[in-house]
Design a protein around this ligand. Sequence first.
Ligand code: GZL
Length: 307
Amino acid sequence: GPAAGPSSGAGAGRGGTITLGFSQVGAESGWRTANTKSVQEAAKKAGIDLKFSDAQQKQENQIKALRTFIQQKVDVIAFSPVVESGWDTVLKEAKDAGIPVILTDRAVDTKDTSLYKTFLGSDFVKEGRSAGEWLTGAYANEPGPVNIVELQGTTGSAPANDRKAGFAEAIRGDGKFKIVASQSGDFTRAKGKEVMQAFLKSQKDIDVLYAHNDDMALGAIQAIEESGKKPGTDIKVISVDGIKDAFVAMTEGKINVVVECNPLLGDQLMELAKKVVAGENVPPRVETEEGVFPQDKAAAALPSRKY
Ligand code: GZL
């Protein structure tokens, strides 16, 4: 449809300072901390007035933050939705208030795509598929069975749903791969360790851990070591994100492959914010660049890692 006119915000119309209201999931992981830092530094660099709120991983806190931003008549809203569903009402309130919304990092499952201007982030299904493809390659000549335990991300979140789906799709073709246990570790080290301890008790034979993020993998590695097993050898470890600690763990042989998920979205977000406030058209989806790092690539890559 037609590009929206200048936003109703105080500064935007007269070319003044843009005010961006940003609702962040929380501070649950190294990835999230890097993402927050990227958004805050990019806002400063772009001369954008950032109103930042940390929801401590609670949807009701994000909805409250979005309502506050609407009351404050910010020029543009951006947020990373902690879960996929339950956003239509508050997003309609933002639309009725003439405030454009940008989704960053995680997506929502709304049918009404007029409720946000664009999505900036990764393809989590692709990340899950890359994890599965590494596994099928690594076990190509093994007879199996290959027993896998899976530490899922936050229940109901886009990365958890999609990384699970992508991984399952990649291993579906070969019956030797069996996911023998799958449970949420909520993207945190503590919970990842706790759930892995439970897996080690309930599963007599675990060959592989697939963790939806590095923090859970690093927590699980502690549990594996405390059980007297060698992570990366006795139990292969596949992880996602690519934080520095995961690269260090790969150089120590404790993680076998990391699928990168780029948290450094700040600069792209600020560019998109300026465009939507100016009423310019933006693409419906802006995907980040990211790769896959097997263990033998970790040492060379470590010095240039930015998060
Ligand atoms: C992925 C992001 C996820 C990370 C986790 O883009 O939403 O949330 O993989 C973080 O580390 O907690």
